[in-house]
Every structure is written in C-alpha cells, then in structure tokens.
Design a protein around this ligand. Structure first.
Ligand code: HTE
Length: 832
C-alpha cells in the first residue's frame, strides 16, 4: 500500500514553515466561517448548534496543533524524563470551553461568535461529555493531566478509547434505567488517530521453553490470538503557557490474520465472527465504581492497556537508545491509577526478558525503579483478584512471570520473618483456596518503588491496616498524596461570576497559584464585597434552579438553602442517611414544628452500578420521597427534594457554583478522599461532613467554625461495630423512630408494597457496615446548626467566603508538585 509508505525524508519546507495562527477575533472569525462553509459544507439548512460547535472546535484545534508539536519537540530535544499515567479511566468531560480558556482566548472567541449572533455558551453546550470514567478516580486523572500541562511537566496519559462511556442514566417511574452512551456518534474533533503507532497485543496461546546452544533459555509465547491496538491522541492544553501534553487512548481491532487457521480450515464465518472478540475489548467502560465484577473482558481490557502502552514506550525508547536499557529508569516512570493497570508490572518484565533478552535481575531492577502505585480505596470489595485459571488461559506467559516474582518475593519474606507462615500466606501474590486467585494489589506493591494513598487518613489506614505487612517490610515505599481538583475547570471556567468578583479584589494569580485565595479573607469584613459575593451565589443558584426545573420539573426557590449531594450512589456514601434527614424535616412540617424554619431545596444525584441492587433501590426511594414531599401543599417551599438524573462532569459545572451546603457524609474510614467536596468548597459551599477522607483536611484548612462536623470518627466506627444495636438506637430516638415508622408504614410506597424493605432492614441490621442509625442523631443536630447559621445571612456569607479562601491546598497543582517532588522528579520543560 503506497499510502502507508513513509516518505524517504520529510521535507523541512513542508513541516517547518508554518507561521503560528493568530489568536485574535478576526482570525478566529475567519477560520470559523471557513470551517462551517467549506470543510463542513453546511448552509442555512444545516445551521444546528452541533455544526457550529464542530466548526469552532476545528478552529481551536488548529491552534492547539502547533503548540502540541512544539511541546513534543521540546521534550524530545531536552531528553526530558517522563511519567506515563496509566489509567483505565479518564473522565475528561467537555474539551471546547477548557481549550478556549487555557489558550486565553475567551474574549476573542466570544466576540467573534457575537458578531454572528451566537453565544459561546450555547454552542459549547452541544458538546458531548467524554465520560470515560465512573467517578472520582477517573475525574482525578483528568484533573492531573490539566495540572501537569499547566506546570509544564512531561506527563502523558495512557488509557482506553471506549466506544461507549459511562451509561446515560434515565429515570422511569423513579427507577434508574441505563442507556448506552454513544459519545462518538457525531465524531470527535479532539482526537487524532495515529495508525502508524499501532501495536500488536497477545492473548491466549501457550508458552514454549527453548534451550539455546549456549545453554541459555528462551521462552516463546506462541499461537496467540493477536489483537491490534490503535492509538488516538487527545491534546491536553496547559493554562496560558503554550504547552500541550497528550492523552493517548487505545482502540482495539482485529488483525487481518486473525484466526487464519480456522479460516484455512474453511470456517470462514467462524473466523470473521471471532474478529468481534478483538473489537469488543474497548467497546464499553465497566460501570462499577469501587466494586469488583471479575469479568474476563475486564482483565482483557487491563492487559490490553498495559501491554499497548508499554510497547509504545519501548518503540519510542528504541528510536533513541536502540536496545540499551541502562538509562531507562532515569528517563521513565509509570504511575498506576489503582490496581487496574497493575498487570504492567509483569508485562514490563515480559517485554524486557522476552523481547529484549535482559536477565531477570536486570529486568526486575528496571521494573521496581520505574513503577509507582496509587491506591484509591480501602473497601475490600474493590480489591482486585483474578482466578489463576483465568490468567493461565488468557495470559499464560504473564502467569509464569507472576509465579517467579512471587517465589523470589516470598523467599525474601521468609528471610525477614523466618517461620512466619501466616505472614507468607497474607503477603503472597497468590491467594490459596478452592479457587486460587492472583492478588493485584500485592503485585502492584511488590513491583513498585512508591505506594501512596489519596488523603492523610486514607494513607494512614493503608499502612496501619490493609497493607500493614508490606509497610513493615518496606516502610520507605509508603507515602500520602492528598487529592485535589483543577481550579481552571472547577472555578475559573464553571464559575465566571465568582472569578470576576475575586479578580476585582485579589487579582487572578490564584488561577495558577490557588493559595492566593487566602487573601480573600482580608476582605471578609467588607460589606460591599460580601454583597457582591451574595449576588454571585444568587445568580448561580438561579442558573441551577433553571436546570433543575428543566430536568426534574420542580422549581427551586433561590431564597432557600441549596443542600446538595452528588456522587456515585453507594451504601458507604450514605445517601440513605440524607434521605432520613429529609423525611425528618417533612415530619417536622407535618407536626407543625416549624418555628424558625430554614427553607431547603435538597438535590441528590448520581449513578448506581447496574448490578448494585441496594444502590438502585436508593434512587427509587429518593424519587418516591421527593414525589410525596413536592406535592404536599402543606410543605410548600419549606422543603423540596429532587433526584437529579444523569449526573456527570458537565452537570457538576452548573451544580457546584449553585450549592450552599455540600453533603460529605460517608461512614468514617470509607471514603478514601473525595474530590467533589473540594469543588464545592472552592465555589463557596459550606460542608456538612464526617471525619473521613479529605474532609478532615478541609476542616483543618477552613477551621472548625466554618465546617459542620458530625458523626463517629474512624476509630469510633471500629469500636461501635463490636456491639452495634441499631434497634436500641432507633427506639431511644423519637425523631428517628418517627422516620422509620413512616417508612415502614408504606407512606412512600403506597402502591408498591414492601418495596423498600431491603433498605429498612439494612438500617435495623446489627451488621450494617455503614452504621446509618448510629450517626442519625448527630447528623440531625448538625443540620439544625446548619439551618440556624443559614438564617443569619451575614454569618453564612462569611463562612462561604472563608471556604473559598481556604481551599488553596486542594488544587491538583499542589498535588502534582507533591507527586513530582517525591515520586516522579520531572523537570518542568517549556516549548520554544
Ligand atoms: C475513591 C474516592 C477518591 C477517588 O478515588 C475513589 N476510588 C475509586 N473511585 C473513587 O472515586 C475506585 C474505583 C474503582 C476501583 C477502586 C477505587 O472512592 C480519587 O476521591 O474517595 O482518589
């Protein structure tokens, strides 16, 4: 094929002569028109927002393209050390607004569009979210990329290009219904296909050992079903600095030779049908957050990502260093986003030994100096284990390598703790039992030079409990890196009014140095500033109320407190505790206990994993309770409750600026960090929360008087579990008793008898791991303090301002600087 043939030399006159594209209104306007009319070929009959969006996306993309190339060149020329961030999830959301913002051309673009009578906001709204993640873990990866580009750190994201991202959630009759998210249907102007960097990934087959003439042993992994990995690159622009980093996403496809043997045997249809297996690997994102599903296809995805990414790194390495791996660990580092890509530990061994003939010790030295692992949860149900048998079938060569890693490791353990068989059993990569399993976290820890948690409490619990054995062996590996969020998307972009107001008082250095927000506190006594702050919040609440009305057909009164809990639906996050409080408020109205009432609009949103029955039931409960409350004349606008459907990145961009109260109410010790809590804080919401995850650090920063604390702490939770008696707690608390009685009476499921029994039973269960009843009283009391504080407008406004002012720590810029100082050691490198 002539088209695939590389030109003998790339003429410099072809690639070096392009003058940079102008960023002014006129140039943007011209390009926009050209793309709409000529490239897209549209006219008055096709003037949809989608085509306008597409024309603008191409206009912006052109301007990223030249910076992208310059950034690559700069990294190449300086032989920059690089980190590869390996993640099964990148929850990027929309790209257009972010690109415009980071290029610093918001005014020029707005003006250019204005001349055509088009509003940037409306056009940006027709972009489909890139929902390639479940929740916090995936969004964190996206925020990391933004901060690394802004800090000019040579970091490249590696992930999967799922055809279908996180499912679209519809609510029918109060129940969640999952609809496929066909996000690529209308094309994706932000990706660049790179077929020239295609890799071949092996699955199945078997291994053969060959003794060479010199006595050495070579292992061949043969008769595999090969699958092709095609990379698609997505630009990641830094803020105001001409750096554009890359996110490389792999798509699976079949090889032309796929199952040739069957083909030759005449099973043509079988062979063609088998192609599907290959194409299916990157078809869909698994919609489980912090819970395991153990499906074979998921393991295929994990290996596909690890292998394709490592082979890609090797290709680039060979271009410069040939087969000399001496300086490898000086130049490269891999950060594993949870255990999902941790098969990379074994895969890098395989590549170095089988493809490049390195000896075991040399290869192991390279692996353990280049891999770093981040743990994101303590929940046992999220700890990945794969049946040995499945490994044997799917990745036989990798299982051999894992066995060898394990044998050498266990020898080290025996040496350290002679005769401690229990410890060996606990630390082994292989869990013995009826179905022997490969423990991915053990593999990740053993193969990495750094292991970190994502908030102080979480990292402490890791070394005290979950990974205690490993900590005793290698204390120096363990460290904390408290999460953050990028203030470019989660303040500057999503809250222009607050940003503008802050700009007037403290300038805009906070955009790249969030600690600057602290200066806001010097203005907290300025009535004019406070007035402005209040007006901003009112406008943002109005915008949110409009969205809620559109989505839920309920009108929120913007004078009321907006009380918000958005996150994945999970028992440990305790949306049910929130509902119990709402029912309690409803009871108060119904019994006339309304003195000094604070009006509340409660919004709950989030997706439930499709196989998680209790989470789905929780959604139904919220909807049923909402229906009763919202239609009760007596309640009126004292209290509203909505379930916000299809919660996602672009929805959060409207929700968090409009929030007054941020609900962070997980059972202490269960939420590793949380990051929604940080977004709310930045946008001036006050938190009601437990001493869990990053809440603890948020409270430390903002001060106890500006945070509503309730509930047991992690140590008390552990204690309470020993003899937990929810029935006694409920009987001893009139408010909780009334709430439970109303639930049990079927008041919220009049025509759906018994529907909520599983939820009611879980609250009464002595083994309820989430201790919902135990924290009810404390939660209701804290909510009463919230209500009282909210009635005092001036006090609340101060609290709101101080929350923003003290959110500086929670920028991913700080998080990335911490990773870089302790783990990556990259040199900021700027293009030009
Ligand atoms: C934590 C959350 C934390 C976030 O990572 C989480 N961990 C997972 N999902 C999260 O949102 C997770 C998903 C699948 C498997 C294992 C863990 O729950 C980012 O803020 O507290 O660190």
């Amino acid at each position: 094929m002539q088209s695939d043939k590389p030109a003998t030399m790339c003429p410099t006159s072809l690639i070096n002569e392009l003058p940079p594209l102008a960023l002014d209104e006129k140039a943007i306007s011209e390009d926009f028109r050209r793309y709409f009319n000529r490239t897209l070929g549209r006219d008055k009959h096709h003037c949809t927002y989608h085509y306008l969006y597409e024309a603008l996306a191409y206009t912006i993309r052109d301007r990223l393209m030249e910076r992208w190339k310059n950034t690559r060149d700069a990294y190449e020329k300086s032989h920059a050390r690089q980190t590869c961030y390996l993640s099964l999830e990148f929850l990027m959301g929309r790209a257009l607004g972010n690109a415009v913002l980071n290029l610093g051309i918001t005014d020029a673009v707005t003006d250019a569009l204005y001349d055509f009578g088009i509003k940037l906001e409306e056009l940006a709204d027709s972009e489909h979210d890139a929902g390639l993640g479940n929740g916090g873990l995936g969004r964190l990866a996206a925020c990391f990329l933004d901060s690394c580009a802004t800090l000019q750190l040579p970091v490249m994201g590696y992930g999967l290009r799922y055809d279908y991202g996180m499912f679209r959630q519809e609510i029918r009759d109060g129940f969640q219904v999952e609809e496929p998210d066909n996000w690529l249907r209308d094309g994706n102007p932000w990706e660049l296909e790179r077929p020239e960097f295609t890799q071949t990934i092996k699955f199945g087959g078997h291994t053969e050992t060959h003794r060479e003439q010199d006595g050495s042993v070579t292992i061949y992994w043969n008769s595999c079903d090969d699958v092709l990995a095609i990379p698609y690159d997505i630009p990641v622009p830094g803020y105001g600095n001409d750096t554009v980093n890359s996110l490389r996403l792999w798509k699976s496809t079949s090889t032309d030779e796929f199952n040739l043997e069957e083909f030759n045997a005449g099973d043509y249809a079988e062979a063609v049908a088998a192609k599907n297996d290959a194409e299916h690997i990157t078809m869909v994102l698994y919609p489980n957050d912090a819970s395991e599903n153990g499906k074979e296809l998921r393991l295929r995805q994990q290996y596909f990502l690890a292998s394709a990414s490592l082979l890609d790194v090797m290709r680039r390495w060979e271009e410069v260093h040939d087969r000399d791996f001496d300086g490898f660990t000086d130049k490269l580092c891999f950060q594993l986003n949870d255990t999902h890509p941790s098969i990379a530990v074994a895969e890098l061994m395989r590549i170095l030994i089988d493809n490049y003939d390195l000896g075991w010790d040399k290869a192991w030295g390279i692996v353990t100096k280049s891999m770093a692992y981040t743990n994101h949860t303590l929940l046992p149900e999220a700890l990945e284990k794969w049946p040995v048998q499945l490994f044997e079938k799917l990745l036989p060569r990798l299982l051999e390598i894992i066995y060898e890693i394990n044998a050498r490791f266990l020898a080290e353990v025996s040496n350290h703790w002679p005769g401690d068989a229990d410890r060996i059993r606990r630390m082994s990569i292989i869990e013995e039992g009826e179905v022997p399993m490969v423990r991915m976290a053990n593999l990740a820890i053993i193969g990495s030079f750094s292991v970190n948690g994502v908030a102080e409490l979480h990292s402490r619990l890791l070394v005290e409990d979950l990974f205690h054995d490993f900590y005793e062996l290698w204390p120096e590996k363990f460290n904390n890196k408290t999460n953050g969020v990028t203030q470019r998307r989660w303040l500057l972009m999503c809250n222009p009014l607050q940003s503008k107001l802050m700009g007037k008082y403290i300038g805009d250095r906070w955009v790249t140095d969030l600690e600057q927000l602290r200066t806001l506190s010097t203005h907290v006594d300025n009535p004019e500033f406070r007035q402005g702050w209040l007006q901003v919040k009112q406008s943002n609440k109005k915008k949110l109320a409009d969205l809620v009305e559109e989505e839920c057909a309920v009108r929120f009164n913007t004078e009321a407190m907006f009380d918000i809990q958005v996150k994945r639906i999970h028992e440990y996050k305790r949306q049910i505790l929130n509902v119990l409080h709402v029912i309690h408020l409803y009871n108060r109205v119904k019994r006339g206990d309304c003195d000094n009432w604070t009006k509340r609009c409660v919004l709950i949103g989030g997706k439930a994993a499709p196989g998680y029955a209790m989470a789905k039931m929780t959604i139904k409960l919220i909807n049923n309770v909402a229906k009763v409350i919202n239609n009760d004349q007596e309640v009126g606008d004292k209290l509203k409750l909505v379930f916000f459907p299809n919660y996602r990145v672009s929805a959060m961009e409207i929700i968090c600026p409009g929030a007054d109260l941020s609900e962070q109410i997980s059972t202490a010790g269960k939420e590793a960090s949380g990051t929604g809590n940080m977004k709310f804080m930045m946008n001036g919401a006050v938190t009601i929360g437990t001493l869990d995850g990053a809440n603890i650090e948020i409270r430390e920063e903002v001060g106890d008087e500006n945070f509503f604390l309730f509930g047991l702490d992690a140590a008390e939770v552990k204690e309470m579990r020993k003899d937990y008696n929810p029935t006694a707690i409920i009987d001893g608390d009139d408010d909780l008793k009334a709430v439970m009685q109303l639930l049990q009476s079927g008041h919220f499921n009049q025509f759906e008898s018994e529907l909520f029994n599983p939820i009611i039973d879980s609250i009464y269960n002595e083994h309820d791991p989430w201790l919902t009843a135990a924290d009810f009283r404390s939660f209701v009391d804290a909510q009463e303090r919230v209500a009282e504080a909210y009635r005092d407008k001036e006090r609340w406004t101060r609290m709101s301002i101080l929350n923003t002012a003290n959110s500086g720590k929670f920028s991913t810029d700080r998080t990335m600087l911490d990773y870089n100082a302790d783990i990556w050691k990259l040199k900021p490198t700027s293009p030009e």
